[in-house]
Ligand binder design. Structure first.
Ligand code: IMP
Ligand code: MG
Length: 197
């Protein structure tokens, strides 16, 4: 695999790749360096809070796959990981609050310390549904670590134990987040541009 330094830049804009320079990729909202620094901090905080325990990290697919990968490595505890896949009915950029479980967990939650790892909280409806769903399985504890929270958008009160960044209420892509399944592999979180010149 090519080293990061060997990834060719876009010919007209040094330092950007052709993907990052695409018409739908807007300004950087959270840079790669800021993601790394904050995730390191979150990992240290979780390591301290869960000392002596082996938390079960539950990633919410697909958006949290990259965050889960980095966060799990920032935690210096014997964690286990599992994933759920949910899809919320709605358009590409708006949630309806009706959530369908596409892939359920493989493990039993009874007496486990469960930490839900979520990419972004917008209305909060997806997370609210998930919390109720997981609590019904009698975990010893249930907390949430959300990388991004969109300010002023929440339509439910959800207790978020760990938050990476509060961001303005606009649609974002990259670092796992998609628009119609695209742009998840951007290294930073960007605003979604409308693609018009
Ligand atoms: P909520 O139920 O409105 O909080 O929406 C949560 C889910 O919608 C997240 O897990 C994301 O998958 C998706 N989502 C919300 N906002 C964005 C965004 O700005 N970009 C990409 N996906 C988003
Ligand atoms: Mg999602």
């Amino acid at each position: 695999m090519a080293d990061r330094a060997e990834v060719p830049g876009h010919p007209d804009r040094p330092g950007t790749t052709p993907l990052e320079d695409g018409p739908e990729v807007g300004r950087v909202i959270v840079s790669e360096a800021d993601l790394h620094a904050r995730i390191t901090e979150l990992g240290q905080q979780i390591t301290a809070d869960y000392a002596g325990r082996a938390p079960l990290l539950v990633g919410v697919l697909k958006g949290a796959f990259m965050f889960m990968s980095d966060l799990s490595r920032a935690i210096a505890l014997p964690v286990e990981v599992d994933f759920m896949a949910v899809s919320s009915y709605g358009s590409a950029t708006r949630t309806s609050g009706v959530v369908r479980i596409v892939k359920d967990l493989d493990v039993d939650l009874v007496d486990r310390h469960v930490l839900v790892v979520e990419d972004i909280v917008d209305s909060g409806l997806t997370l609210n549904y998930l919390q109720r769903y997981l609590l019904a399985r009698s975990p010893a504890s249930l907390e949430v670590c959300a990388l991004l929270v969109k300010d002023g958008q929440q339509r439910t009160t959800t207790d978020l134990r760990y938050v990476g960044f509060h961001i303005p209420p606009e649609f974002v892509v990259g670092y796992g987040l998609d628009v119609d399944e695209r742009l998840r592999n951007l290294r930073a979180v960007h605003a979604h541009a409308d693609g018009l010149p």
